[in-house]
Design a protein. Structure first.
Length: 605
């Protein structure tokens, strides 16, 4: 029975805990008005907005008694309805806490809190001072803080405000009536206080007991010290910025040095514009590797399709056009049917490379649900199926590419220049070290060097972009691979140029289906078919289809549509693959501080 109870408890904990873990909140805005009284009291009205994620029923605001005679909470109201929220007050020698109740779930709520700070304004011979943490030490993140101080009378001879914060400097406004001051901050980090020190003419606080000593000069000296303390991280941050900036410029220069020395393709004496025959008797699957320095899935998809058509041309398959009719749509499919030769795996071993056999074996596996044939629809459905984060088609092409490349480099020629590859990897490694050092610098100095993120992040992005460019452009062909690529491009131009086809020797035309498989890999199959059709019309020569292709309407028009099939399978691959005493008014923002009254914490749950 005890085991059952324990298991039940664990099950409930497992089900309930994630909901609890998901609870969080922040303050989209806090609006404060501090109304200073002539007797030294300050009436505070806060409108605190809470953005809740999860279920919440209470909130707490605790203020320390430091620098104040007493703190009196007067009430809490829902700002939208105006209804009062139930609340309790807890008092201790160190702090006064307000806890109020409500019900909220996955919403934004605004509460108006009113309280009085007793005897918080201090009056000296030459200055009156209100020194207070307007935001407690511990709190949730605040997107926007708007704070206004209203004086009991005009103070044209002295009105200064100093704000101590770890947030980025905000905006400060001194209206012309010398009766109020306002400041605004954005993105105040969690658990970082915001402190205000307001200096005024002592004559407007006649009811406040006078401390018969001058304090104005001492206060200004303190603030200068805070500014200096705040400026030290700034100077350190600027030094780091200059360091990283210099390294970033050096990295940019190095990119161009490496590109011009190691990234430009080797020169070649090959000048031919056209090749009328395939430059090398190579299977279409291997051609998909020789035409790109890197893994190119679009090219691999075309090589995959070309291999299927080449298998048909060599007698292992026949290709049949089919139409799949729906209520509103009609879709054309290609069906690949195994011939007697295609069924005989001994024939595979005699004539086919193992990597071609992989394609034929895949088709054989996919035909299980459709008898002797596998359709383009079967291939698409299989290709879209996911295994982890990758689709079937992506997994197949990745493995296929590795084996294809090994074969080409072992039996034909190395594809990439080894020196160029070493320099590319070195350049990317330097960039990676720069990015890691940059982010570590930002994170380590985040609490005191917030502006550093604003300066460094764009530079880090530039370095990442340069490294990405290096991955693409700091590789180059070997001389053999560059020549091979140029020759195949010349053959591609031949297949695309109708005038050349018309002038081609007569013995070339009967080989068009052999050329077609290369045209598929080269991406010009549709153009070749159009040229052949035009040639047949001009010469009135009958356009004889191959024996392995069976059109649905007795024509070869269907062959012009398999580029759409190529784009469809390629889409499946993509599926698998965001900181003076001469003045009478003014102020500013600085780090440091912490000597003012107040402080404390806030929370919700």
């Amino acid at each position: 029975m005890r085991k059952f109870n324990v298991l039940t408890f664990l099950l409930v904990l497992l089900i309930v805990s994630p909901a609890g873990w998901a609870k969080s909140y922040f303050h989209p805005s806090i609006e404060q008005v501090f109304t200073l009284q002539g007797n030294g009291d300050v009436v505070v009205i806060e409108k605190r907005s809470f953005s809740f994620e999860g279920s919440f029923s209470w909130a707490r605001l605790s203020l320390l008694r430091k620098g104040v005679e007493d703190i009196i909470f007067e009430g809490v109201w829902d700002e939208k309805t105006g209804e009062s929220c139930p609340f309790e007050i807890e008092r201790s020698p160190q702090e006064v806490s307000l806890r109020f109740s409500y019900q909220a779930q996955d919403e934004v709520r605004v509460f108006r809190i009113q309280y009085r700070l007793k005897g918080v304004v201090k009056r000296f011979r030459d200055v009156a001072e209100f020194y207070w943490k307007v935001i407690e030490d511990q709190h949730a993140r605040i997107e926007e803080l708007s704070t206004t101080f209203i004086l009991p009378d005009k103070s044209p001879d002295l009105l200064k405000l100093f704000v101590h914060t770890q947030a980025a400097p905000g905006e400060m406004t001194f209206p012309e009536d010398y009766r109020s001051v306002h400041f605004r901050l954005e993105n105040v980090p969690a658990d970082t206080f915001v402190e205000a020190r307001l200096l005024m003419d002592p004559g407007i606080f006649q009811a406040v007991p006078l401390q018969d000593e001058p304090r104005y000069e001492a206060i200004l000296n303190e603030e200068k010290g805070f500014v200096e303390a705040g400026n030290l991280p700034v100077r350190q941050g600027m030094a780091l910025f200059l360091l990283f900036g210099g390294l970033g410029i050096a990295y940019l220069v190095l990119f161009f040095v490496y590109y011009f020395r190691y990234g430009r393709e080797p020169r070649s004496s090959y000048q031919r514009e056209y090749e009328q025959e395939p430059p090398r008797p190579i299977a279409p699957c291997f051609l998909g590797v020789t035409l790109s320095q890197r893994k190119d899935f679009q090219l691999l998809v075309r090589a995959f399709l070309a291999t299927i058509f080449d298998l048909a041309r060599r007698g292992f398959l026949t290709v049949h056009e089919e139409e799949k009719r729906g209520i509103l749509l009609r879709r054309q499919l290609l069906s690949f049917q195994f011939t007697e030769k295609g069924e005989d795996e001994k024939e595979w071993e005699k004539e086919l490379h193992p990597l071609e056999q992989e394609v034929l074996s895949l088709l054989k596996q996919l035909r299980a649900s459709s008898g002797n044939a596998v359709t383009t629809e079967d291939i698409e459905e299989w290709g879209r199926e996911m295994h982890g984060s990758k689709s079937n088609m992506l997994l197949f092409l990745e493995n296929w590419y590795q084996e294809l490349r090994k074969f080409v480099e072992k039996n034909y020629f190395p594809i990439l220049d080894k020196v160029s590859e070493k320099k590319r990897n070195l350049f990317i490694g330097i960039g990676f070290a720069y990015v890691v050092a940059g982010f570590l610098t930002i994170f380590v100095g985040a609490s005191s060097l917030i502006f550093l993120s604003i300066l460094l992040v764009p530079m880090i992005v530039v370095v990442i972009l340069l490294a990405a460019l290096a991955w693409r452009f700091l590789s180059r062909w070997t001389e053999e691979a560059a020549l091979e690529y140029r020759r195949w491009m010349a053959f591609r131009r031949f297949l695309s140029d109708f005038s050349l086809l018309r002038e081609a020797p007569a013995q070339i035309l009967p080989l068009w289906d052999h050329y077609l498989v290369y045209a598929i890999v080269l991406g010009v199959a549709e153009k070749l078919l159009q040229n052949l059709k035009r040639y047949a019309q001009e010469t009135q020569i009958a356009f004889q289809g191959p024996s392995w292709y069976y059109p649905v309407h007795g024509t070869m028009a269907g062959l012009a549509h398999f580029d759409a099939l190529s784009r469809g399978i390629e889409n499946m691959v993509n599926l698998g693959k965001a900181l003076s005493t001469a003045t009478t008014s003014g102020g500013g923002f600085s780090g440091g501080g912490g000597g003012g009254g107040g402080g404390g914490s806030s929370s919700a749950g």
